[in-house]
Design a protein around this ligand. Sequence first.
Ligand code: PMP
Length: 412
Amino acid sequence: VRDLPLADLRAQFPLLAQSIHGHPLAYLDNAATTQTPLAVQQAMQRFEQHDRANIHRGVHTLSQRATDAFEAARATLKGFIGAGQEHELIFTSGTTEALNLVAQGLWAAGPAKAWLRAGERIIVSGLEHHANLVPWQQAARMSGAELVILRPDAQGRVHVQDLQALLTPATRVLAITAGANATGERPPYEEMLALARAAGALTVLDAAQAVGHDMLPLTALDCDFMAFSGHKMYGPMGTGALVGKREALQLLYPVRLGGDMVDWVSYEAAGYAQLPARLEGGTPNVAGAVGLAAAAQFIAGVGRSAMDQHLHALRAQALAGLSAIGGVTVLAPHATQATLVSFVARDVHPHDIGTLLDERGIAVRTGHHCAQPLLDHLGLGPTTRASFALYNTAEEVDRLIAAVAHAIKVFQ
Ligand code: PMP
């Protein structure tokens, strides 16, 4: 394993070179949002300065250049995630919108035509971010289908045999994350997707925490839909995608209705366009798509497995150091593939820890991490979460551990 050239890499992220409250910034909130390298910023700036125009409907040169840039970004991203001929990529504003397109698309056609109907079953894992739970709650309400949760054990793991017990002939959807943002848990999603698919369900993977890391190519997964966000993979905020099997995407009733997604329109009715346009109504974030493709190229240039080795080492260091502090409990200590640590400290509120860490220039996230049902199920309240990216250093993790120990001494 080669070490990452950290100094060179950090130089590509100008934001990192600043002081917060007199201390060098240690940015450890990467599971929420990573920073963007110069390559991403420059790609977007180039587009804005030379090629910006609306796409797909102009004969003029700029419109064609913008269309070409948008479609080239689509191709780059499909390659990055290992999509095959059978897949199509729909640009969205992020994971949340992508998951909503799926969940709504599966009930919005109404009881006669929709994939989801009364009496059928939707299984959602109990590890999910609200973005992969709340849309399914609504889908169940609107369709009359039953929402069943694959419950985690006391350590926050979900088990294949528990899923097997929930799968019935009436199961129409399994929705699961490739990595739980609140705990770092990595469920055996490959096996679970395969089981659910074999049972006749559509499979939905929330790859928000996984897409920038080593994972199987999409063609090797029994995955009908995969959602991800750009801002968690060194790309722009407000970007992301829904990728799916074409035949699965065809099942979605389009819910972004309007310009660009129609073939013809009369006052009374409209004919919808082919994929991907069918699911991309309205003017997209073209500069964002260009930046997102540049982020994929940046990650590929660094190398996903070299990057992950570095992140796993930082996580192991943080786990060891934090666990050694009296009163601190790290969630999912078994999750060796995690790139974050989420922890609680006896008698000290995460908000107080986070505030003291900020005074030392260390950025972490505190709270429920949009996964309140999971933390409730585990009998925990809010947590403090430090999450790592390729530019983080062992020295920053040492500062984190020392600052947490200090915060606990102050508040306990
Ligand atoms: N799923 C997971 C696992 C996440 O970590 C996040 C972001 N915290 C989301 C979904 C939602 O992503 P976005 O806010 O970019 O739509």
